[in-house]
Design a protein around this ligand. Structure first.
Ligand code: CA
Length: 234
C-alpha cells in the first residue's frame, strides 16, 4: 500500500503548510484546492489517506466524502473551521474517519495521520493473514483439516488420527469426487516400495470411517466403489 496522502484545502497558506510538513515526514503528498479536483485526483491516484477541508469550492467536504465512500475506503481526516457538533457528527456519519477543528497544531495533525494510516495497514495485514489461513484449511461441512498443524476436527472436536490415516484423509480430500483405485491410494499414500497389499488400504479406510463418520450405518464420506476402490465425497 502506498503512503500517498491527498491534501484538499482551498486556503493556500494552510495547504502549503500541510504539504510541507507531511513531505518532511516522508509521505508522498498531492494537493488540490477544490472538491471536484479532490474526487478526480482520488479516483486517479487512490491515495492511502485524504485530508479534506470541509468548506471548499465546487463540492464541499461532505459531498466529496459521500461520493468517494461509495468507491473506496481509505481513511478521511476532515478539517473543519466550524466547531459545531452538527458538523462533526455529519462528517463522521458521512464516512469521515476523524476530524480536526481549525486552528489545530501540526503535531496533532501528524499524530492523527499516523494513527489512521497504521489502522488501515492493520486492516490490510489482518485480511492477508486470514486469506493465508484459509488456504491452509480444508473444510468439508463439520470436518475440518488443518494442514499447517496436522489437525483434524469433527464438529469442533479434535480427532486423533494416526499419521497414515491423516495422509489418507488428505489424499482423499484433495481428490474429492474422484474414484481412486486401491493401487493408486497405495502408491500415493504409502509409496512404491511399500511391501503390504491393498488390504492395508481397506483397513485404514475402515479406521478412518470410524473416526470421521461415527454412527453412520451407510458411509456418506468415503464411498466404496465395488471392484475398483473408493471415492471421497467430502
Ligand atoms: Ca476552506
Amino acid at each position: 500500500m502506498s503512503d500517498l496522502i491527498l491534501v484538499v484545502e482551498d486556503e493556500l497558506a494552510l495547504r502549503e503548510t500541510l504539504v510541507y510538513n507531511l513531505t518532511h515526514q516522508g509521505y508522498t503528498v498531492e494537493s488540490v484546492a477544490d472538491g471536484q479536483s479532490a474526487v478526480d485526483t482520488a479516483r486517479r491516484l487512490q491515495p492511502a489517506l485524504i485530508i479534506l477541508d470541509l468548506m471548499l469550492p465546487k463540492l464541499d467536504g461532505f459531498e466529496v466524502t459521500r461520493i468517494l465512500r461509495k468507491e473506496m475506503n481509505m481513511p478521511i481526516l476532515m478539517l473543519t473551521a466550524r466547531d459545531e457538533e452538527i458538523d462533526r457528527v455529519l462528517g463522521l456519519e458521512m464516512g469521515a474517519d476523524d476530524y480536526l477543528t481549525k486552528p489545530f497544531s501540526m503535531r496533532e495533525l501528524l499524530a492523527r495521520v499516523k494513527a489512521q494510516l497504521r489502522r488501515s495497514h492493520l486492516v490490510v495485514d489482518d485480511l492477508a493473514e486470514k486469506t493465508a489461513q484459509a488456504v491452509e484449511t480444508l473444510v468439508f461441512n463439520d470436518l475440518v483439516i488443518n494442514l499447517t498443524r496436522h489437525e483434524v476436527t469433527l464438529s469442533g472436536q479434535p480427532l486423533i488420527l494416526k499419521p497414515k490415516e491423516f495422509d489418507l484423509l488428505l489424499y482423499f480430500s484433495r481428490n474429492r469426487g474422484h474414484v481412486l483405485t486401491r493401487e493408486q491410494i497405495l502408491e500415493q499414500v504409502w509409496g512404491w516400495d511399500f511391501a503390504g497389499g491393498s488390504r492395508t488400504v481397506d483397513v485404514h479406510v475402515r479406521w478412518l470411517r470410524e473416526k470421521i463418520e461415527p454412527g453412520a450405518d451407510e458411509p456418506a464420506r468415503i464411498i466404496t466403489i465395488r471392484g475398483v476402490g473408493y471415492r471421497f465425497d467430502g
